[in-house]
Design a protein around this ligand. Structure first.
Ligand code: HEC
Length: 132
């Protein structure tokens, strides 16, 4: 399966790349970002744009890390998310992917239920790469 092969790929990268050198750590991060981009494309992109010039059903996710939840200008958030009052961190994004409707009951984002921590990690790496 696609997700399994990605996990295998990351595992192979971990086993073959000694993370003690900065170059190897960079390579590993790049592998994670690329894998995250693929996963984002299949699980999130149908609702979320990462390009401010493109309208999307869900809020723009470029720069989401460090942004207050429910605060992208002019997006019609649910009252629940608009009033959630926390800032998106990597940890909050993981919890959201796993059970968004438990993190913010009343959100209008459909439950996506991404429970595999590796998959969460890849998608977070990808989103972080857009936040720089
Ligand atoms: C079926 C459409 C849909 C899919 C698929 C989807 N989302 Fe969403 N997402 C939304 C909607 C709609 C909102 C706004 C929720 C609200 O206002 O309560 C949202 C909100 C969010 C937010 C909050 C952003 C902010 O500005 O506070 C994040 C983060 C997010 N989604 C991440 C993801 C990720 C990561 C994925 C893929 C794993 C994903 N979403 C998949 C529709 C979707």
């Amino acid at each position: 399966m696609f997700i399994k092969s990605l996990s295998t790929l990351a595992l192979a990268a971990m086993l073959t790349a000694p993370l003690s050198t900065p170059a190897a750590a960079d390579t590993f991060e790049r592998v994670k970002i690329d894998a995250g981009a693929e996963l984002f494309a299949s699980d999130c992109r149908r609702c979320h744009s990462v390009d401010a010039d493109k309208a999307s059903y869900g809020p723009l996710l470029e720069g989401v890390i460090g942004r207050r939840a429910g605060s992208f200008p002019d997006y019609p958030y649910s009252e629940a998310l608009a009033g959630a009052g926390f800032v998106w961190t990597k940890g909050a994004l993981r919890a959201w992917m796993e059970a968004n409707d438990e993190l913010v009951p009343g959100t209008k984002m459909r439950h996506v239920g991404i429970t595999d921590p590796t998959v969460q990690d890849f998608i977070v790496s990808y989103l972080a790469s857009l936040s720089k």
